[in-house]
Design a protein around this ligand. Structure first.
Ligand code: BTN
Length: 271
């Protein structure tokens, strides 16, 4: 990376599809970009509001985990998007976001980015990033705060994550923060447009092509123990058939049947 500090004007000049549809603010420090944006959403911030945090003091991951990164070592930002209609229309959103991120990284020359259900971004088998989506229901709509963390440098520790950490350092990526952020925002907006029009079903094939466990034997673990390797409870084992149109993971089980698991309920491991 050639630069660290993000300049919203420079970022905005690099935007394509997202130009005029996102409004990015850069904070030198905050507790969590998701928390800041949730608060702003409650006060009426519009769809497309983006908070980019150069440093988070209490970055959050899924299931109460911590997203830890030294300043400048991780790209951490959140995007607010409002969805009309029933909340069920958001099924598969975190998978759709994964597709958007993988496409953007690929467009920046990062090869071999893969996805792991429900929301991990992998590179060379390690965790490159993750997505934390938090929802707030509003009258006739749902506000989704889509939080994204991508490691630019290997994080100091990876508390609670079963996977080793990966980062863009050493991946061959030579662009800068601004280009990467612009590519991510463009891809997110393009993908959200598809998602709003046609749901995750329209992105499913691409997601499955990138899914690291597609067609492989897997074990699903109870979310209470989650990805913390210390104590895990196996819920099911089978061959991973992919994701349903609503984002549920589908397993072919030994008894010849199929089981569905919803996003957020389980974790995946190789069987
Ligand atoms: C996970 O893999 O568990 C999800 C990690 C998501 C981290 C990002 S960093 C930006 C945004 N703000 C947060 O507090 N969390 C998300």
């Amino acid at each position: 990376m050639t630069d660290c500090l993000i300049d919203p004007v420079r970022l905005s000049a690099l935007l394509g599809r997202a130009r005029g549809r996102v409004d990015a603010e850069v904070l030198a420090e905050c507790d969590s970009s998701n928390s800041v944006l949730l608060e702003r959403a409650a006060h009426g911030a519009p769809s497309g509001a983006v908070v980019i945090a150069e440093r988070q003091t209490a970055g959050r991951g899924r299931r109460g985990r911590v997203w830890r990164a030294a300043a400048g070592d991780s790209l951490t930002f959140s995007l607010l998007w409002r969805f009309g209609g029933d909340i069920s229309r958001l099924a598969g959103l975190s998978l759709a976001v994964g597709v958007a991120l993988a496409r953007a990284l690929e467009s920046c020359g990062v090869r071999g980015v893969a996805l792991k259900w429900p929301n991990d971004l992998l590179l060379d088998g390690g965790k490159l990033g993750g997505v934390l989506i938090e929802l707030a229901s509003e009258r006739g709509a749902t506000a989704a705060v889509i939080g994204i963390g991508i490691n630019l440098q290997p994080p100091p520790t990876v508390d609670g994550f079963a996977l080793p950490a990966a980062s863009l350092a050493g991946s061959g990526y030579t662009s800068n923060y601004h280009e990467l952020l612009a590519a991510l925002l463009d891809s997110l907006i393009a993908t959200l447009d598809v998602f709003v029009a046609d749901g995750f079903a329209a992105l499913r094939e691409d997601w499955q092509a990138r899914h690291v466990w597609q067609g492989l034997p897997v074990r699903l673990l109870d979310s209470a123990s989650g990805e913390n390797a210390a104590a895990t409870v196996t819920l099911a084992e089978g061959i991973c058939l992919g994701a349903a149109a609503d984002g549920a993971l589908i397993l072919a089980t030994a008894d010849g049947g199929q089981q569905r698991f919803l996003v957020g309920d389980v974790s995946l491991r190789a069987a």
